[in-house]
Design a binder for this molecule. Structure first.
Ligand code: GLA
Length: 393
């Protein structure tokens, strides 16, 4: 009898912990991550300056609240197995850095790996999951990105579940970001384990390219998202990887296309550029509130590719309140005429009634779905529109 009582207590305690994690990511998490721009060249000063910039630039107020320190902050373990932050690069320690991040109204994210070492050869959490989770909680960590290098023969689901249980046990609510690059098809098992999972190998800073280990440009990631949309939704998101907006390679139209499609997929949005030095155009792309609203739409439905015709693709996404987002993207190097004007397109999709059409990048109404709105799409450009019902006929 006693045994059942204690088992019941343990079950009750762990479901209380689980509850604290349930609603942390009702909409896709947004923030900034150090990897795309800085890789291992990170230190406390840079992170503090990024935190300052997130406030001054208006990134925080646009919704980018998680500041995530990626690989290379850790240097070893002490004789008791506690993880140690690199004292040369982070002399004040992670608790103090976390306090600073919190003092700016931001949330503190950190990185580790489910294997024995991280992708850059720093200590991984394998065998130290519960100890590391307690350490992160003591530092005030709010977000954990958990990578998949050096995992040997580990099973992904089991390994990620162990860290989830460790986070529950440590008791501090943490957004848990699974990063096995889609290798184990996490969309099939991870909804009850993490809040988001990387669905592809790493993003590369290019519009259309691939590399030998599976890295993907923007359009390659878009292609990889054609079949997994049904797995995403509130509290469990397909993650299309961190943004390359503002990193000096993509043109402004490619950056708009990149942002638009990440929003169409309801992907988490982690800026990956140097926020201290960005120009106005980059900031406007990252903080376009009409585009961010598509990403953060409460229904959390990922877009469907409805048509591909040569270099032209048309994607649509149902939104809350009988509204719709459409993206027309031109992947090619020649302009594309939208000969099928918007009226025909919308009619073909069988959206009944009349809708007003809003261009979310130009911040302009283009007319009604009953008008003949024709356009030309420049190479590598996007038309992102929102349709709002104006009448039933
Ligand atoms: C992997 C991840 C990247 C980044 C690096 C750090 O490649 O997918 O996002 O975290 O490791 O080493």
């Amino acid at each position: 009898m006693k045994k059942y009582f204690f088992l019941g207590l343990i079950f009750f305690a762990s479901s209380l912990h689980a509850q604290k994690f349930e609603n942390l990511a009702k909409t896709p998490p947004m923030g900034w991550n150090s990897w795309n721009k800085f890789e291992c060249d990170i230190n406390e000063q840079t992170i503090r300056e990024i935190a300052d910039a997130m406030v001054v630039d208006g990134m925080r107020d646009a919704g980018y609240v998680y500041l995530v320190i990626d690989d290379c902050w850790q240097i070893g373990r002490d004789s008791s197995g506690n993880i140690i932050a690199d004292p040369n690069r982070f002399p004040s320690g992670m608790k103090s850095l976390g306090d600073y991040i919190h003092s700016k109204g931001l949330k503190f994210g950190i990185y580790s790996d489910a294997g024995t070492a991280t992708c850059q050869g720093r200590p991984g959490s394998r065998g130290y999951e519960f100890q590391d989770a307690r350490t992160y909680a003591s530092w005030g960590v709010d977000y954990l990105k958990y990578d998949w290098c050096n995992h040997g023969k580990q099973n992904a689901e089991a390994s990620y579940t162990t860290m989830r249980d460790a986070l529950y046990k440590a008791g501090r609510p943490v957004v848990y970001s699974i990063c096995d690059w889609g290798v184990s098809k996490p969309w099939e098992w991870a909804a009850g384990v993490g809040h988001l999972w990387r669905s592809t190998e790493d993003i590369l800073n290019c519009f259309d390219c691939k590399n030998y280990w599976g890295g993907n440009g923007v359009v390659q990631i878009i292609d990889l998202f054609t079949d997994i949309g049904q797995y995403t939704g509130p509290c469990h998101w397909n993650d299309a990887d961190m943004l390359e907006v503002g990193n000096g390679v993509l043109t402004p139209s490619e950056e708009r296309l990149h942002m638009s499609m990440w929003a169409m997929f309801s992907s988490p949005l982690m800026a990956g550029n140097d926020l201290r030095k960005m120009d106005r155009e980059t900031l406007e792309i990252l903080t376009n509130s009409e585009v961010l609203a598509i990403d953060q739409d409460k229904l959390g439905i990922s877009a469907t590719r409805w048509m591909k015709y040569g270099d032209l693709e048309i994607w649509f996404k149902p939104l809350e309140g009988e509204t719709w987002a459409f993206c027309f993207i031109n992947r090619g190097s020649q302009p594309v005429n939208l000969d099928q004007d918007l009226k025909t397109t919308i009619k073909k999709y069988k959206v009944d009634g009349s809708y007003t059409i809003r261009d979310l990048w130009k911040h302009q109404d283009l007319g009604s779905s009953k008008d003949n709105v024709k356009m030309t799409l420049a190479p590598h450009d996007v038309l992102m529109i929102k349709l709002t019902r104006s009448s039933t006929h």
